[in-house]
Design a protein around this ligand. Structure first.
Ligand SMILES: [Zn+2]
Length: 141
């Protein structure tokens, strides 16, 4: 199994080299990611635009731009929001059964806003976890 690490100029590391590196806290890195802060120092911002990850942390200079979370953050956002909103929407439709235009005018904005609000912290958590695991997102296994 091969892993990547920014600690050694982005070259491929083997398992023995990875085991010699200090372990990174997954929980702390994910918490910092949810707060949209650098998983390494917890201070620098991880986004330079809405979902565009900075190349390097502005505080500690940790390289972050090479970590590719790809579709995991949208997938996790859909999973979480689906479990939060679907029971509520189904309950409203069963008990109140408002006209379709009322349902759409209420639920669509809620879904869109909730998705846009939740996506950055979820992507941040994913980035934090990948950073803690020394992953890049382009591994072939
Ligand atoms: Zn940092």
């Amino acid at each position: 199994m091969q892993e990547y690490s920014s600690d050694f100029e982005n070259r491929v590391l083997d398992d023995d080299e990875i085991e010699e590196l200090p372990e990174r806290s997954k929980k702390q890195a994910m918490k910092r990611g949810v707060m949209m802060r650098c998983p390494c120092c917890g201070e620098g911002k991880i986004y330079r635009k809405y979902l565009k990850i900075v190349d390097r942390c502005g505080k500690c200079d940790e390289e972050l731009g090479h970590i590719r979370t790809d579709d995991f953050a949208p997938w996790a956002t859909i999973l979480i929001l689906g479990h939060l909103l679907a029971p509520f929407i189904i309950d409203v439709e069963r008990n109140i059964a408002p006209p379709l235009w009322v349902s759409l005018s209420i639920f669509l904005p809620i879904i869109v806003v909730a998705t846009l609000v939740m996506l950055p912290p979820i992507k941040g958590a994913c980035l934090g976890l990948m950073w803690a695991l020394r992953m890049r997102g382009d591994e072939q296994h």
